[in-house]
Write a protein that binds this ligand. Structure first.
Ligand code: C5P
Ligand code: MG
Length: 191
């Protein structure tokens, strides 16, 4: 199996690139942000709980996010691999992912981190907000909080996999095609 973590701050292009990578490598794209938005759209109890965090740009508690991720993986066992987008967001989530894959004698193949500076992120997310319909994309203070949460809670996940020799930084500035090529070059070295 190929199990990739597509990493990087909000607005770094994870979703855009994951959609292309899943096609090329025949993987299942799992975006926890998209799963939360689906639950919120259906006003489920999970969606209602997640909403209170997401609208502030905070992280949903690990137990909720890990449970949802596990359900999604277990519902799709017969795939060539996964691209995790927006997960893990904390070291506890990374440890839970390792346990989940370990139960199937699998492991994370690589973490690819899209590097984009803060001002570019704010600009990109505000632009995306014009059409995404996401309240958390339309308020600069929420966007800046998401970046802060990324730096404090999520960035350590890079180091966690770096210690295992699995983390790679990818320049996230350029055309979608250029960034896709950089990601493919990195992935092809790992498989
Ligand atoms: O990944 P994405 O940026 O779409 O996530 C949107 C929001 O969902 C995050 O800002 C956060 O509030 C929540 N989220 C989370 N934990 C994750 C993924 C998303 O709390 N692992
Ligand atoms: Mg996304």
């Amino acid at each position: 199996m190929i199990n990739l973590i597509l990493f990087g701050p909000p607005g770094s292009g994870k979703g855009t690139q994951a959609a292309r990578l899943t096609e090329k490598y025949d993987l299942l794209h799992i975006s926890t942000g998209d799963l939360f938005r689906y639950e919120m759209g259906n006003n489920t109890p999970l969606g209602q709980e997640a909403k209170s965090y997401i609208e502030k740009g905070e992280l949903v508690p690990d137990s909720v996010t890990i449970g949802m991720l596990r359900n999604k993986v277990e519902a799709n066992p017969d795939v060539a691999g996964y691209i995790f987008d927006g997960f893990p967001r904390t070291v506890a989530q990374a440890e839970a992912l390792d346990v989940l894959l370990g139960e199937r004698k699998e492991e994370v193949t690589a973490l690819l981190s899209l590097e984009v500076d803060d001002e570019e992120i704010v600009k990109r997310i505000l632009e995306r907000g014009k059409t995404s319909g996401r309240p958390d994309d339309n308020d600069e203070s929420i966007i800046r909080n998401r970046i802060e949460v990324y730096n404090s809670e999520t960035a350590p996940v890079f180091d966690y996999y770096d210690k295992k020799g699995k983390s790679q930084k990818i320049d996230g500035i350029g055309s979608i095609e250029e960034i896709f090529d950089r990601l493919c070059t990195a992935i092809d070295k790992e498989i």
